[in-house]
Write a protein that binds this ligand. Structure first.
Ligand SMILES: [Mg+2]
Length: 319
């Protein structure tokens, strides 16, 4: 083949490597998810199971591309994946990395649909995602990137929560959405909080952490390489079935493997990005504060998802 008269067309394939030693972020985004969420009756403003399906698909990506994907953050129909600076996947070819992540995420989303959404929920047509890859030179831009996405989560969620409270309360004539848009036009955060509290008795800060903070997926205390070694040791036995990242999330701590953490916590402030030793006394305080959510039964209400996350962002940057 190499010697055929047609082989010259290969020369039209131009290389597209990303600069060495910079961070890469791939952000995927649902295409036409307004229509998709309507067609599948997703609850508004937030559908917990649909968000958990996004989380599960993201866990597949992080697991499959370890140790290169070190951190992920998701909200609504989007997910961002951080690749470590030393990543040499596909010789750092942008198109290969981007398409691999988009493809893997999409197929995992479909693969896990009935497990997360329930067997009776039919997937009515194939969902699709687009993606982009952006390179960032330093840790500062990475922290700011994830802060930007989490700030966006808050802005959107506060708006949507207020919007749908108004619509659900007053939509007898089908014009509730128009009126809600009018009511909220030009309002600032404090005004939306006030509408929620005074008219609907909703304390925004008490809403599900997953809705307010989005979802952060990050490796726990030990490194992915250590886990790969531990798995190699353990995998000598029976062939494993399809990857169950939910099971892996819970982690088999007995053999000392690191775990993949799923968190709904603040990643704008210092705590996530600062080593625990530099934050005396904060660990206990934070864990106790979040104990209020421990009554929940859904996966995203697990109290472990809002505790003991100090410094995990810093570790991700250093991997
Ligand atoms: Mg979208």
């Amino acid at each position: 083949m190499a010697g055929s008269q047609f082989a010259y067309v290969r020369n039209f394939e131009l290389p597209d490597p990303v600069l060495p030693n910079v961070y890469m972020v791939v952000r995927i985004d649902g295409k036409g998810f307004h229509r998709f969420s309507d067609a599948h009756d997703f609850a508004k403003p937030n559908d917990g199971r649909a968000l958990e399906l996004m989380n599960e698909a993201a866990r597949h990506v992080v697991q499959a591309l370890k140790p290169d994907v070190v951190l992920a953050f998701g909200e609504s129909d989007e997910y961002s994946f951080l690749l470590r600076r030393s990543c040499s996947l596909y010789k750092r070819r942008a198109s290969k990395i981007l398409t691999q992540i988009v493809s893997l995420f999409t197929s995992a989303y479909v693969f896990c649909w009935s497990e997360i959404m329930g067997k009776q929920e039919e997937l009515k047509y194939p969902p699709t995602f687009d993606g982009r890859l952006v390179a960032y030179p330093t840790a500062k831009e990475i922290r700011d990137y994830f802060a930007w996405r989490q700030a966006d989560t808050h802005i959107n969620n506060l708006y949507n929560t207020t919007f749908w409270a108004l619509v659900h309360a007053d939509n007898a004539d089908g014009l509730g959405e128009r009126r809600a848009h009018e009511t909220l036009k030009g309002t600032v955060s404090s005004e939306k909080n006030e509408i929620l509290f005074s008219r609907f008795g909703i304390n925004y800060d008490k809403l599900e952490p997953m809705f307010r903070k989005g979802t952060t997926i990050v490796w726990g205390e030990s490194t992915p390489e250590e886990e790969a070694d531990a798995e190699e040791d353990a995998a000598a036995g029976a062939g494993e079935g399809p990857m169950k990242s939910q099971e892996k999330e819970k982690g088999n701590r007995s053999r000392g493997a690191p775990e993949l953490r799923t968190l709904h916590v603040d990643i704008i402030g210092k705590e996530f990005w600062t080593a625990p030793s530099e934050q005396p006394g904060r660990r206990v305080e934070k864990a106790a504060q979040h104990g209020a959510h421990s009554e929940g039964t859904e996966a995203w209400q697990d109290p472990r998802r809002v505790s003991s996350y100090q410094g995990l962002g810093l570790r991700a940057l250093e991997r």
